[in-house]
Design a protein around this ligand. Structure first.
Ligand code: ADP
Ligand code: MG
Length: 233
């Protein structure tokens, strides 16, 4: 699904530059649930943003579903992003003046899906994350965990091949974090490929594989015995 070879990324800072990713080799097969770990500043978000086509590398190879990403023009890249990738962020990124349902429906609107189908799909995905009864509520009427579940429903509604989550539990307390991980595990069990950036070990252990970044390189890549979040919720 994802193939990365000798990937480098630097940020320009005036005259100097900051070399953040220093030769990343990384592959993810369909259906994996991978944690990307590392301390703050180790390049986790940079890597995830490149995988998510929100940013581009300076050199190296990146293939998503066998398509080399470098060669795509902006329009193609946007199409690819919509079709292949779903995003979940630490800060939820919901639109405050729109209901849960409208938040889930918005990307579908931009994809040209008709109103009726949009509504139905959005409701289906809210139901999937256990929030059907909250469809008309605004984000500020929802708890942190509920907000993140709306964000997950929004990401899933476009039926992406890969779900990318950058510190999805970073703003949540422990119990709520495990609830969100329980949902992520269930989505993965249905076959979705998921990458979770985290710096918390208990969250990483709930994935099936842990990739550790340090100073811009992968220092460890290991399969783990997945801990089920359901036993904590
Ligand atoms: P992590 O997600 O692991 O905390 P990041 O990928 O966000 O790490 O950042 C890695 C390094 O790159 C940090 O030193 C950070 O300050 C720097 N960095 C990230 N984004 C930018 C940017 N847009 N411009 C300049 N430096 C950046
Ligand atoms: Mg980060």
């Amino acid at each position: 699904m994802i193939k990365i070879n000798d990937l480098h990324k630097s940020y320009k800072m005036g005259n100097s530059s900051l070399h953040v990713l220093k030769g990343i080799d990384f592959e993810v097969a369909e259906g994996e649930l991978v944690a990307i770990m590392g301390s703050s500043g180790s390049g986790k978000s940079t890597l995830l943003n490149i995988i998510g086509m929100l940013d581009i590398a300076n050199s190296g190879v990146y293939e998503l579903d066998e398509v080399p990403i470098k060669d795509l023009d902006e329009t193609k890249a946007a199409q690819y992003r919509n079709k292949f990738l779903g995003f979940v962020f630490q800060s939820f990124n919901l639109i405050n003046y729109k209901s849960a349902l409208e938040n889930v429906a918005l990307p579908l609107y931009y994809q040209g899906i008709k109103r009726k189908e949009r509504q139905q799909k959005s409701l289906d995905y809210l139901e999937k994350v256990g929030l059907k009864d909250w469809a008309t509520h605004l984000p500020n009427e929802l708890s942190g965990g509920q907000k993140q579940r709306v964000a997950i429903a929004r990401a899933l509604a476009s039926q992406p091949k890969v779900l990318l989550a950058d510190e999805p539990t970073g703003a949540l307390d422990t119990t709520t974090s495990y609830e969100v991980m329980d949902l992520i595990q269930k989505i993965n069990e249905e076959g979705k490929t998921i990458l979770v950036v985290t710096h918390e070990h208990d969250i990483a252990k709930m994935c099936k594989r842990i990739v550790t970044l340090k100073d811009g390189v992968i220092v460890q890549d290991k399969k783990v015995n997945q801990e089920l979040a359901s036993k904590y919720v």
